[in-house]
Ligand binder design. Sequence first.
Ligand code: B16
Ligand code: MG
Length: 225
Amino acid sequence: MTRAIEACIFDLDGVIVDTAKFHFLAWRRLANQLGFDFTEAQNEKLKGVSRIQSLELILQWGGLTLGEPEKLALAEQKNDWYRDYILQMERGDILEGVEDFLTELKSRGLKIGLGSASKNAETILQRVGLMDVFEVVIDGNRHTRSKPDPEVFLTAAAVLGVPPERAIVFEDAEKGVEAALNGGFFAVGVGSPDVLGHAHYVIPGFAGVHFETILEQIGAQALAM
Ligand code: B16
Ligand code: MG
């Protein structure tokens, strides 16, 4: 039976806005200060991963073992640098095609939610002027279990009152796609099929993408209005 879609839930970093570059710059500055460096390829592994888990991975790459208080101080330092970048963000930082796609969903009566690991999600949404578009925002302050655990998306779906099998999750991270699949959602990867091939469908970005195409590709239909 063809499944009818009632909601779309979006990841933030890498899907709605490109903040990965700011995370990279801030983490790299921290690593350099600690006496080592890491590559953009390694940075890929930090996508969708919480702040403290990201720090733990980076410290591993640098061969450093630190105590909890030092780790917390470093995570805070990185976040201060990261916030200097995001506080400069504006509407023009929304990724190409995203606003048109969100408008199309609204006009079709779809519910729209956000599921992000970031504790800075609300600041970013406010900066780019998208706060009112999302009926629910589940961010890093509102869930505890990291992707690939589906908690963040399941919580968003529950607040929207939509069962996972009637919702599509849009994700740029490998672990994020896994989280969506673990929760029983349709998963649409935003990025490269090399990394996101386990999703039901992969788009390079939202430019020129229509909801109808997504439905066709995942074998679903829109709920009749
Ligand atoms: P913060 P997403 C994630 O956001 C990022 O992809 C990841 O790189 C970052 O470490 C994480 O948020 C935590 O962010 O330090 O702002 O709390 O992709 O789940 O929207
Ligand atoms: Mg992301």
